[in-house]
Design a protein around this ligand. Structure first.
Ligand code: ATP
Ligand code: MG
Length: 572
């Protein structure tokens, strides 16, 4: 391709809208443009990157026996009502009505559609297992679209769906996808960690996420990892072993209300009463689908809102407002407590249940109660783990310690069980002729998110450094002056030779100063650069340089193909 015949609008200035380096580079490199919040246009270079990554995904999916299809973006709302997700997905789902006033949803995922597709057609265990996938655009009205392609409202996903007759068969299908995922991300230049994750609105039995660990703030996710036994989980899901020493057998003392003037936060109360944070209990008031509920965790811990939401089976859980807190507890923020709290269910963390003689808010301004004990002084509606794990906590599976790491989720796999086949009636006849619901799995990969995520690692201060596997072209050829016929001829000759050898080339044939061309070459980040200048050309040579190295190699014009092949081998 010639630069003047394609469209690569590079930008010199830093783009203020882009917080992440990867987003910044895609904008400045002329890869993407924003049309509206969370809605991006993919320019020619980006389109090539997406195609390259999608092809890797296709190859690995096909190798596992998955079959590519294409499903519609629109889906009649009734199917989503049948599975209950019309309600549970809520505002993230884009919805619209057609001219007949018939409601449709714009799919953010396709479990409903694919189950409808196979139901009634896949009737016998002999037709199973089966794995259908597509690479297609998705719509989600994300609450916080940001970071360019990382969290868009319109984006491309590879989504696959497996259908199995037995649990053993499902486990095999799931294992194949996990294996394919490791291979896909590895080929795109990233090592990923598979972590346990929450099943969220997807439902089902269990789920895993494929995480790309990053040092930057690009990671919207936090994962907890045990280096010793390999336990790894998203913080939303993570369990932990508490390491605080507690005297669980201490004698219960008499409960007493004390004045705590000016002390409302954990820090203020612990300082005022001269106690440790773990001797306090936080009572946090939430609104779960518009109903109040109190979450009690130890003073040194935070509430894991996903665990709370799951235990309540709620669609939406959010912290109560100061007005709501006053309404339900009779006290301003900071003084809520379980003793005497009426009409509010109490969800109590097991670490609280173990405590003796703890301190809680007294539901009165500037007052706390000391020497409180569960069961004696108040009853829990439910005792269940709602604590957020954190780095430094004990590993739940061994005696080592958990590390917290920032990560970008690039893919995930869900064990759906029979949630969708039950609600939509996708059944098959087993070998004994008995009707059974099909066991399903669902598997997503961010086709637009992943290539951007790669850039969080593959860049330097000058720009992008693509891994060869997903680079838009392998080589950029730069004739230093397009006024110089010998240079232009050599560029044309190499363009032809390389292309014939199956090497993808971009020739910067613009009438620009060498400095401009070099800067743009570093910015767009093709893995190799061939520079054609007068001095070396007089000796029959060009300069070959890897984007990731400083070293420049002089190569005979006749031997460029071989030299590029050798360099490609070495860079891999
Ligand atoms: P997240 O937790 O990041 O919102 P998710 O759990 O909603 O992701 P899935 O529904 O399983 O993700 O989607 C599968 C894959 O699609 C994700 O692993 C991610 O790579 C990609 N993806 C999800 N949401 C977006 C988005 N808003 N923009 C770009 N890619 C996305
Ligand atoms: Mg999401």
């Amino acid at each position: 391709m010639r630069w003047t015949q394609t469209y690569i609008p590079t930008l010199r200035q830093r783009q203020t809208e882009a917080e992440l380096i990867s987003h910044q580079l895609l904008l400045r490199g002329g890869y993407i443009r924003k049309l509206a919040s969370g809605i991006y246009l993919y320019l020619p270079l980006m389109q090539r990157v997406i195609d390259k990554f999608a092809d890797i995904v296709r190859e690995e999916m096909n190798a596992k026996g998955a079959i590519e299809i294409h499903m519609s973006v629109l889906c009649p709302a009734e199917i989503w009502q049948a599975t209950g997700r019309y309600l549970s997905v809520g505002k993230e789902q884009m919805r619209m009505k057609d001219r007949h006033d018939h409601e449709f949803v714009m799919c953010g995922t396709h479990e409903e559609t694919v189950t409808t597709l196979i139901k009634g057609e896949v009737k016998s265990y002999r037709q199973l297992p089966m794995n259908l996938y597509q690479i297609q655009v998705k719509f989600r009205d994300e609450i916080r679209p940001r970071f360019g392609l990382m969290r868009g409202r319109e984006f491309i996903m590879k989504d696959a769906y497996t259908f199995d007759a037995t649990q053993e068969s499902f486990d095999e299908s799931y294992g194949k996808m996990v294996d394919a995922y490791y291979r896909i991300f590895k080929r795109a230049g990233m090592d990923t960690v598979k972590v346990e994750s929450d099943t969220g609105a997807m439902g089902g039995r269990a789920a895993h996420e494929f995480m790309f660990l990053v040092d930057t703030n690009a990671g919207e996710e936090i994962v907890l990892i045990c280096d010793k036994c390999g336990y790894a989980a998203n913080v939303e899901k993570a369990e932990f072993r508490d390491t605080v020493k507690i005297d669980t057998k201490a004698e219960m003392k008499a409960m007493e209300t004390v004045d705590t003037p000016g002390a409302a936060t954990i820090e203020e109360v612990t300082a005022f009463l001269n106690v440790k944070a773990h001797q306090l209990v936080k009572t946090l008031l939430y609104m779960a689908d518009q109903k109040p509920v109190a979450a009690l965790v130890r003073g040194d811990r935070d509430v894991n809102e996903i665990k709370l939401k799951n235990t309540l089976g709620a669609i939406e859980v959010e912290l109560a407002t100061p007005t709501q807190i006053e309404e339900y507890t009779g006290a301003p923020v900071g003084f809520a407590g379980p003793v005497g709290l009426k009409n509010v269910p109490l969800i109590v963390d097991p670490l609280v249940a173990k405590l003796r003689n703890f301190i809680v808010g007294a539901n009165a301004n500037e007052k706390h109660i000391i020497n409180v004990n569960l069961d004696r002084d108040f009853k829990a509606t439910k005792v269940v783990d709602i604590s957020l794990a954190r780095g430094g906590d004990g590993c739940p599976k061994c005696n080592a310690t958990l590390d917290a790491k920032n990560a970008i989720e690039v893919g995930n796999t869900f064990q759906l069980g029979t949630k969708y086949s039950d609600s939509l009636g996708a059944k098959f006849l087993d070998a004994e002729g008995k009707e059974q619901p099909i066991i399903m799995g669902s598997y997503g990969i961010g086709i637009t998110r992943t290539p951007q995520a790669v850039l969080e690692k593959y860049h330097d201060e000058k720009g992008i450094i693509w891994p060869q596997s997903i680079a838009p072209y392998l080589v950029e050829i730069i004739p230093l002056s397009v006024e110089n016929q010998a240079q232009v001829d050599t560029a044309e000759r190499l363009y032809k030779e390389l292309t014939e050898a199956g090497i993808e080339v971009l020739v910067d044939d613009r009438d620009e100063r060498p400095g401009v061309k070099f800067n743009d070459a570093d910015l767009i980040g093709l893995p190799m650069r061939v520079t054609i200048g007068d001095k070396s050309l007089k000796q029959g040579k060009i300069e070959l340089k890897a984007r990731s190295e400083d070293k420049v190699e002089l190569v005979d014009v006749d031997k460029v193909v071989a030299a590029i092949r050798e360099l490609a081998e070495r860079l891999n």
